[in-house]
Design a protein around this ligand. Sequence first.
Ligand code: MEV
Length: 460
Amino acid sequence: MHKSKKPSGGKTKERMTEPIQGFSKLSKQEKISWIVSRYTQDPERAAQLLSAYWNEDPKLQQLHDEFIENTITNQYMPLGIAPNFLINGNLYAIPMAIEESSVVAAASKAAKFWLDRGGFTAEVLGTEKVGQVHFFFAGGTAKLQTFIDQIRPKFLEDTLGITESMSKRGGGIKDIALRDLTDRLPGYYQLHCTFETKDAMGANFINSCLEQFAETLKRESAGYVGFNEEERAIEVVMSILSNYVPNCMVRASVSCPISELDISETVSPLAFAQKMVRAVNIAQASPYRAVTHNKGIMNGVDAVVLATGNDFRAVEAAAHAYAAKDGRYGSLTHAKIQDGQFTFWIELPLALGTVGGLTKLHPLVKLNLEILQHPSAEELMQIVAVAGLAQNFAAVSSLVTTGIQKGHMKMHLLNILNQLEATEAEKALLIAHFKTNTVTHRGAINALESLRKNNGASVL
Ligand code: MEV
C-alpha cells in the first residue's frame, strides 16, 4: 500500500493509491473507472466529462482510441483558419490547430497585410534527412575507414528490401559516412547517414535502414581479416534518426518599399522598419529575448504542423538546435533595410511529411491537407515557414508599436467571459463595451458585475 500526500489549494489531502499491474489490458471502461475512482474528487462527474468528449461515431472514436495506448477520451484543440496567405503567387487558407487566443487572428492580420504587398516568397533549400548508427571501436580511425569503405556496397545490398519502394519514388539512401568523435568520447564513432525521403517524413524508413546498417556492421566486422579480435567486437549502442536536419531547410520572406509599411498611426513607416530590425537584432543578441521571439514563430509553425498531422516535437527540437548553431541561441528570423526596401525572412529546418503517418488516417488531417490543396512535403515546408514568419511579423510589429497586451487581451476577452459564465447577451454587450476600453481581468469582472447590477441596462 502506497500512501501519498497530495496538496490541493493549501489543504493537504490524504490519498491512498496502489500501483496497478496490467492497466493496458483493462477495457476502456475499466481504465476510466480505475482512474476516476482513485485520482478524482468526484468520480461520477469525471466519468461523465470523459465520455462527453467521445465521438458519437463509434468507428471514428475507435480510430482515435487506437492512435495511442490507454486512451480514455479525446482532448480537443480548436482548429482555426487563417485565410489570404499569398505564397509564391498561390492563395492559401491555412488550417491552424492551437489553443492560444490571438494566434490565428495575428496570422490572418499579417497575411492580409502582405497580400497587398506582393505576398510571401518561399523556397526549399534542401531536403536531406539524417540518421546515425552510434558505435564503439577499439582500433584506429584509418583502419576503420578502410573497413567501412570496403563494406559500403553491403550496406546498400542488405537494405534493398527496405529501399525498393522509396527508390521508385526518387528517394533512398544518399550517403553513409564514418564520423570520428573519439576526441569527445574515447572509441566513439558514428555511421552518419543521409537520406532523401520525398513526401514522407521518413522516420520509419530511416530507422529501418539504420537498424539494418547496424546488423551489417556487426556481421562484417566479426569476420573481417584486417581487424584483431578486440577490433572485431564492434559495440553498436544504438541506431536512430536525428531530428536535427540543418540540410532540410526552407526559407520564406516578405519585402516591400519602406513607404508601404504604414502599419501604425503613431509610428512612421521608416521608424517602424528600423524598430523591426532593432527587435530582430535584440533577439540575436539576447537568448532570453530570442527564446520568446522564436516561441512566437513556433506559435505559427506548430499550429500548422499539428493540423497536418506532423510531429511538432521533432520540428521544435530541430528549430531550437538550429537557432543555437552559431554557439549562442538566437533569432530564427532576420530583418534588413536596404535601398529603401524592408525585407523580413526566416530560415528554418523542417522535416515534414504529406504521406504516411497520420496523413491518411486522421480524418481532419486529411481534410486540412485537402484545404491546403494536397501539398507535397516541399510545399508544406514553405507553407509552415510562412506561417512562422507571419506570426513573428505580427507579434513583433505589435510589440514595437502598441505592445502585445491590447490585442491579446481583446482576443482573450471571450475566455475571461466564459470563465465568469457570462450569458450570450452579456457577452455581446461586454464585447461592444471593450471595443473602446482596455481589457483587463479585473475590468471584465467589474463590467460584468455592473451589468448585472443594472439588469443589463449599462456596463458602467
Ligand atoms: C506569445 O505567445 C508570443 C509572443 O510572446 C512572441 C514574442 O514576444 O515575439 C508575443
